[in-house]
Design a protein around this ligand. Structure first.
Ligand code: LMR
Length: 389
């Protein structure tokens, strides 16, 4: 029976991890997969995470099952962090998931069960978005989001495309720190798109995977919070991979806001059932760490301070990179005003391959760079390599 299968290609983004590791050149630079790195090139474990882990080792009473819905304290505290002051006032529910991808997949499975015919994704988006929805049997439609040559958000065209969506269609938005472009909607654009979604009866799914890396913890969720206040129903997929540095612990959650508490309970029962038939229960450790940090004032303050330092490092590298790259591409002054880990450069795939082959600079073929992967000491050299392409 296995002969009926054909060999599948590696995920191009994840394949970069292996390619970079296998490169023996000492000066190689990894601008590939979206992980934060410090000035020593390490992806640090947050101090607060280490402290919470120590506490858990000492106090955790059991390793018995938690249940398909996950850790209730984690969900309550993460929802407060995401939805802010409005969290308690919304008829909401949440289920812990294996990472943000698990949250997206659970939302996709539930959409398929609800009969959502298609979901609208911005172009470009994280490549796995389309793959997840297609795998769940939800058709994908696209709206223009970002123009690479001019480095600008195509808001008019986005509105125009979404005005053609049918009531009941879903639409995916990135809360902030857009992957792969770093381009943000303005507050006025969030208000406008929220009104459009509510007016047309679309179902929003907001992906929030980089809270704290853009303009700050609250600012990065402001557009999302405004949207939640306007629409009767929404999904929010949260990842703790970057914000808590818990990548391999696969920590995330899918939240839904509903028009009543009763409806929220129905949504929850369906999410729980889907989890049970998919992976049964989420892993506990990362969620227990997040719940511990968010439930302790001192740990929370330390986590916020460290996250803010990381954000500051990214902002300063962005500014230097923008200034340097603008010497060749004037339009790339925009990189300084973009947010989060990524920017999408106007490069041909052949340029990307040359940078990789000749200089050991790794990035996906799209021209996306992970700015959080750059050390300050490397910035001038990397700029020079780009200018000499
Ligand atoms: C990325 O886009 O690099 C990250 O979200 C990692 C991933 O899973 O693709």
């Amino acid at each position: 029976m296995f002969d009926t299968l054909s060999r599948q290609p590696d995920d191009p983004l994840l394949a970069l991890i292996g390619l970079f590791r296998a490169d023996p050149r000492p000066g190689k630079v990894d601008l590939g997969v979206g992980v934060y790195r410090d000035e020593a090139g390490r992806t640090p474990i947050f101090r607060a995470v280490k402290a919470a882990e120590k506490r858990l080792v000492e106090t955790q009473p059991t390793k018995a099952y938690v249940g398909p819905e996950g850790d209730a304290l984690f969900l309550e505290r993460l929802w407060a962090l995401t939805a802010g002051e409005a969290a308690g006032g919304l008829a909401s529910t949440g289920v812990q998931t294996p990472g943000g991808s698990g949250a997206l997949r659970l939302a996709a499975d539930l959409m398929a069960r609800m009969g959502v015919r298609r979901i609208w994704l911005g172009l470009p988006s994280w490549p796995n978005h389309a793959a997840i929805f297609k795998a769940a049997g939800v058709d994908v439609a696209t709206y223009p989001f970002f123009d690479v040559p001019s480095q600008s958000v195509l808001f008019d065209r986005m509105e125009e495309a979404l005005s053609g969506a049918a009531p009941g269609d879903a639409v995916l938005l990135h809360a902030s720190c857009h992957n792969p472009t770093g381009a943000a909607l303005s507050s006025a654009q969030w208000v406008a798109v929220s009104g459009l979604i509510a007016g047309r009866g679309l179902l929003p799914l907001v992906d929030i995977a980089y809270q704290g890396y853009g303009r700050g913890l609250d600012a990065d969720a402001a557009g999302l919070r405004g949207l939640l206040a306007k629409v009767p129903e929404a999904f929010v997929a949260v990842s703790c991979s970057k914000s808590f540095g818990l990548y391999r612990e696969r920590t995330g959650a899918i939240f839904a806001t509903a028009s009543s508490a009763d409806s929220a309970l129905t949504v929850r029962s369906n999410l729980v059932g889907l989890a049970r038939t998919s992976y049964s229960m989420p892993p506990d450790h990362g969620a227990a760490v997040v719940a511990t940090i968010l439930g302790d004032d001192a740990l929370k303050a330390d986590w916020m301070a460290e996250l803010e330092e990381m954000r500051g490092r990214i902002v300063s590298i962005r500014e230097r990179l923008a200034k340097g790259l603008a010497r060749r591409w004037q339009v790339l002054t925009a990189v300084a005003g973009q947010e989060g880990m990524f920017s999408l450069l106007p490069l041909e795939e052949t340029d990307v391959m040359r940078l990789r082959a000749e200089h050991g600079i790794y990035m996906p073929g799209s021209g996306r760079i992970n700015i959080a992967g750059l050390k300050s000491a490397e910035v001038d050299d990397v700029i020079a390599k780009f200018l000499n392409l």
